[in-house]
Write a protein that binds this ligand. Sequence first.
Ligand code: 1GP
Length: 253
Amino acid sequence: RLTSLYDALTKRYKLGHKSLAVLLDPDNLDETSCQRILELSTQHTVDYFFVGGSLVMSSHQAALIRLLKSQSAVPVLLFPSHSLHLDAQADGILLLSLISGRNPEFLIGQHVLAAPLLRQSNLQVLPTGYMLVDTGRQTTASYMSGTTPLPYDKPTIAACTAMAGELLGLRLIYLDGGSGALYPVSSAMVQAVRQAVELPLIVGGGINTVDKAHAALSAGADVIVVGNHIEKEPGFLEHVSQVVQSFNNVDVA
Ligand code: 1GP
């Protein structure tokens, strides 16, 4: 089913309008940082909260989503690593198919378990081709999914993978260096994927300076995701939000 969140995202992509997603990992976030992030998100543009992590304890996640929904109008999207991580309090879900890997469990298995629950819920579903990229050290996501990430310096493989995802009907591509990556996905890879598909492109992992944010957006990311660095230093939210807004000269109705 197409959804209003997806329609809005596509509209922004077609207008070249860039977005910021702040990833909150329920297991890493302390309450003080969370309150500070919420406060900053009322002063500086945040387009999405992504909630998830590779080792989520669901009680923490439920409490976090409840807090976000009670204090903020920013849409909350689940960024699940497992079908156990569904939560109907969120607005939507990035339904990730891990197309960089060859583990059927994360290509389709978890989705089969989740499908009836998703149908019963009001969660907006955003079918997403999820691509993990090798960025210098094994990330939790790569280890937990039992998959080999895309080689860092092979943009063509990334482009063909994204193309296959688009042909299979996925609606978004998420290129991820993994949480706390030593360095982000290369500009060459972001550009190659951007040129290969006509889908909104999300890029995250290791974006911890304004220069890295700028590089990802310049290379063609439509949405950048920042997790760790905002969790550690909430003040970075202001700086990265300003970088995103500097790209947005077109008004979106
Ligand atoms: C990880 O893309 C996200 O899945 C965000 O990564 O925590 O390194 O910002 P960071």
